[in-house]
Design a protein around this ligand. Structure first.
Ligand code: IMP
Ligand code: MG
Length: 183
Protein backbone atom coordinates (compact mmCIF):
# COMPACT_ATOMS: atom_id res chain seq x y z
CA UNK A 1 0.00 0.00 0.00
CA UNK A 2 1.22 3.53 -0.70
CA UNK A 3 -0.82 5.19 2.04
CA UNK A 4 0.87 8.37 3.23
CA UNK A 5 1.43 8.49 7.00
CA UNK A 6 0.13 11.60 8.71
CA UNK A 7 0.39 10.42 12.34
CA UNK A 8 2.39 7.30 13.13
CA UNK A 9 1.61 4.71 15.79
CA UNK A 10 4.07 6.09 18.32
CA UNK A 11 2.75 9.64 17.98
CA UNK A 12 -0.84 8.43 18.40
CA UNK A 13 0.04 6.30 21.41
CA UNK A 14 1.83 9.14 23.17
CA UNK A 15 -1.04 11.59 22.67
CA UNK A 16 -3.72 9.06 23.67
CA UNK A 17 -1.81 8.46 26.92
CA UNK A 18 -1.69 12.23 27.54
CA UNK A 19 -5.42 12.60 26.92
CA UNK A 20 -6.10 9.67 29.26
CA UNK A 21 -4.01 11.38 31.96
CA UNK A 22 -5.86 14.67 31.49
CA UNK A 23 -9.26 12.98 31.70
CA UNK A 24 -8.23 10.93 34.73
CA UNK A 25 -7.14 14.12 36.48
CA UNK A 26 -10.22 16.14 35.50
CA UNK A 27 -12.66 13.38 36.50
CA UNK A 28 -10.83 12.12 39.56
CA UNK A 29 -13.22 10.73 42.18
CA UNK A 30 -15.96 10.27 39.58
CA UNK A 31 -17.09 7.39 37.38
CA UNK A 32 -17.77 8.97 33.99
CA UNK A 33 -19.53 7.24 31.11
CA UNK A 34 -17.45 7.22 27.94
CA UNK A 35 -19.88 7.47 25.04
CA UNK A 36 -18.19 6.25 21.87
CA UNK A 37 -19.62 7.34 18.55
CA UNK A 38 -19.71 4.25 16.34
CA UNK A 39 -17.87 3.09 14.48
CA UNK A 40 -14.91 5.39 14.00
CA UNK A 41 -14.14 5.99 17.69
CA UNK A 42 -14.02 2.31 18.72
CA UNK A 43 -10.25 1.90 18.56
CA UNK A 44 -9.50 5.29 20.11
CA UNK A 45 -11.94 4.58 22.98
CA UNK A 46 -10.49 1.18 23.81
CA UNK A 47 -6.95 2.58 23.90
CA UNK A 48 -8.04 5.64 25.88
CA UNK A 49 -9.84 3.71 28.62
CA UNK A 50 -6.89 1.36 29.13
CA UNK A 51 -4.62 4.31 29.86
CA UNK A 52 -7.04 5.99 32.29
CA UNK A 53 -6.49 5.40 35.97
CA UNK A 54 -10.06 6.04 37.09
CA UNK A 55 -12.91 3.61 36.52
CA UNK A 56 -15.31 4.40 33.66
CA UNK A 57 -18.42 2.94 32.12
CA UNK A 58 -18.75 2.56 28.34
CA UNK A 59 -21.73 3.14 26.09
CA UNK A 60 -22.13 3.74 22.36
CA UNK A 61 -24.20 5.92 20.07
CA UNK A 62 -24.47 5.44 16.37
CA UNK A 63 -25.52 8.15 13.97
CA UNK A 64 -25.88 8.13 10.21
CA UNK A 65 -22.60 8.47 8.35
CA UNK A 66 -21.59 9.60 4.89
CA UNK A 67 -21.87 6.19 3.20
CA UNK A 68 -19.28 6.03 0.49
CA UNK A 69 -18.98 9.76 0.05
CA UNK A 70 -16.41 11.91 1.78
CA UNK A 71 -18.57 14.97 2.44
CA UNK A 72 -21.10 15.48 5.22
CA UNK A 73 -24.65 16.31 4.24
CA UNK A 74 -25.47 18.09 7.47
CA UNK A 75 -28.57 15.95 8.01
CA UNK A 76 -28.05 13.48 10.86
CA UNK A 77 -30.06 10.44 11.92
CA UNK A 78 -29.77 8.40 15.11
CA UNK A 79 -29.11 4.72 14.31
CA UNK A 80 -28.43 3.36 17.81
CA UNK A 81 -29.33 4.96 21.12
CA UNK A 82 -27.51 4.65 24.46
CA UNK A 83 -28.22 1.63 26.66
CA UNK A 84 -27.53 3.53 29.88
CA UNK A 85 -29.35 6.37 31.58
CA UNK A 86 -27.06 9.41 31.68
CA UNK A 87 -29.23 11.57 33.96
CA UNK A 88 -26.93 13.35 36.43
CA UNK A 89 -23.91 11.40 35.19
CA UNK A 90 -20.59 12.71 33.89
CA UNK A 91 -20.60 12.01 30.18
CA UNK A 92 -17.50 12.09 27.99
CA UNK A 93 -18.28 11.79 24.30
CA UNK A 94 -15.45 10.05 22.45
CA UNK A 95 -15.27 10.92 18.77
CA UNK A 96 -12.75 10.08 16.07
CA UNK A 97 -12.74 13.33 14.13
CA UNK A 98 -14.51 16.68 13.95
CA UNK A 99 -15.02 17.91 10.41
CA UNK A 100 -17.99 20.19 9.63
CA UNK A 101 -19.03 19.86 13.29
CA UNK A 102 -22.62 18.87 12.46
CA UNK A 103 -22.35 15.40 14.01
CA UNK A 104 -21.00 16.63 17.33
CA UNK A 105 -23.37 19.60 17.45
CA UNK A 106 -26.24 17.14 17.05
CA UNK A 107 -24.80 14.75 19.64
CA UNK A 108 -24.20 17.52 22.15
CA UNK A 109 -27.80 18.74 21.81
CA UNK A 110 -29.17 15.22 21.95
CA UNK A 111 -27.27 14.24 25.09
CA UNK A 112 -27.69 17.59 26.87
CA UNK A 113 -31.48 17.11 26.66
CA UNK A 114 -31.10 14.12 29.01
CA UNK A 115 -29.61 16.28 31.73
CA UNK A 116 -26.25 14.70 32.46
CA UNK A 117 -24.31 16.26 35.33
CA UNK A 118 -21.55 17.21 32.92
CA UNK A 119 -21.01 16.76 29.20
CA UNK A 120 -17.54 16.86 27.66
CA UNK A 121 -16.19 15.92 24.27
CA UNK A 122 -12.87 14.36 23.40
CA UNK A 123 -11.98 14.10 19.72
CA UNK A 124 -8.82 12.48 18.47
CA UNK A 125 -8.61 14.63 15.32
CA UNK A 126 -9.88 18.08 14.48
CA UNK A 127 -10.09 19.50 10.95
CA UNK A 128 -10.62 23.06 12.13
CA UNK A 129 -10.59 24.65 8.68
CA UNK A 130 -13.64 22.62 7.71
CA UNK A 131 -15.95 23.75 10.50
CA UNK A 132 -19.38 24.85 9.31
CA UNK A 133 -21.14 25.01 12.64
CA UNK A 134 -19.80 25.95 16.05
CA UNK A 135 -19.28 23.13 18.51
CA UNK A 136 -17.08 23.22 21.58
CA UNK A 137 -14.63 20.34 21.80
CA UNK A 138 -13.11 20.07 25.28
CA UNK A 139 -10.15 17.79 24.47
CA UNK A 140 -8.48 17.50 21.07
CA UNK A 141 -5.78 14.99 20.18
CA UNK A 142 -4.43 16.60 17.03
CA UNK A 143 -5.56 19.48 14.82
CA UNK A 144 -5.06 18.22 11.24
CA UNK A 145 -5.19 19.80 7.79
CA UNK A 146 -8.14 19.47 5.44
CA UNK A 147 -7.39 16.01 4.05
CA UNK A 148 -9.46 12.83 4.10
CA UNK A 149 -7.78 10.45 6.55
CA UNK A 150 -8.13 6.75 7.36
CA UNK A 151 -6.84 4.30 9.94
CA UNK A 152 -6.98 3.89 13.73
CA UNK A 153 -10.75 3.40 13.42
CA UNK A 154 -11.43 5.83 10.60
CA UNK A 155 -12.68 4.44 7.32
CA UNK A 156 -13.15 5.15 3.69
CA UNK A 157 -16.23 3.18 2.56
CA UNK A 158 -15.84 0.97 5.67
CA UNK A 159 -12.26 0.04 4.75
CA UNK A 160 -8.86 0.79 6.32
CA UNK A 161 -10.10 1.01 9.95
CA UNK A 162 -7.43 -1.43 11.13
CA UNK A 163 -4.37 0.59 10.14
CA UNK A 164 -2.32 1.36 13.24
CA UNK A 165 -1.52 4.86 11.97
CA UNK A 166 -3.54 7.79 10.57
CA UNK A 167 -2.90 8.07 6.86
CA UNK A 168 -4.03 9.63 3.61
CA UNK A 169 -4.96 7.28 0.79
CA UNK A 170 -3.32 7.59 -2.58
CA UNK A 171 -5.52 8.28 -5.60
CA UNK A 172 -4.98 4.68 -6.71
CA UNK A 173 -6.24 3.32 -3.39
CA UNK A 174 -9.34 5.53 -3.53
CA UNK A 175 -9.98 4.44 -7.10
CA UNK A 176 -9.57 0.75 -6.22
CA UNK A 177 -12.15 0.99 -3.42
CA UNK A 178 -14.56 2.91 -5.64
CA UNK A 179 -14.35 0.20 -8.28
CA UNK A 180 -15.13 -2.55 -5.74
CA UNK A 181 -17.88 -0.72 -3.84
CA UNK A 182 -21.29 -2.29 -4.05
CA UNK A 183 -24.04 0.26 -4.72
P1 IMP B 1 -18.84 16.15 10.73
O1 IMP B 1 -20.29 15.97 11.10
O2 IMP B 1 -18.71 16.76 9.35
O3 IMP B 1 -18.03 16.87 11.75
O4 IMP B 1 -18.28 14.71 10.50
C1 IMP B 1 -17.79 13.93 11.47
C2 IMP B 1 -17.76 12.48 11.03
O5 IMP B 1 -17.43 12.32 9.64
C3 IMP B 1 -16.68 11.77 11.77
O6 IMP B 1 -17.17 11.22 12.96
C4 IMP B 1 -16.23 10.71 10.78
O7 IMP B 1 -17.01 9.55 10.95
C5 IMP B 1 -16.50 11.31 9.44
N1 IMP B 1 -15.28 11.91 8.86
C6 IMP B 1 -14.99 13.22 8.73
N2 IMP B 1 -13.79 13.42 8.16
C7 IMP B 1 -13.28 12.18 7.96
C8 IMP B 1 -12.03 11.71 7.43
O8 IMP B 1 -11.12 12.46 7.03
N3 IMP B 1 -11.89 10.37 7.37
C9 IMP B 1 -12.83 9.49 7.82
N4 IMP B 1 -14.00 9.89 8.32
C10 IMP B 1 -14.23 11.21 8.39
MG1 MG C 1 -17.62 9.35 13.38
Amino acid sequence: MDTETLLDQETLDKRVRELAQELSRDFMGQTPILVGILKGSAIFLTDLIRHMNIDCEIDFLSISSYGNRTESSGSIKLLKDLDRDIFERDVIVVEDIVDSGYSLAYIRRYLAARNPRSLSIVALLDKRDRRETHVYVDYVGFPIPDRFVVGYGLDFAERFRGLSFIGVLSEDEVEAVRNQATP
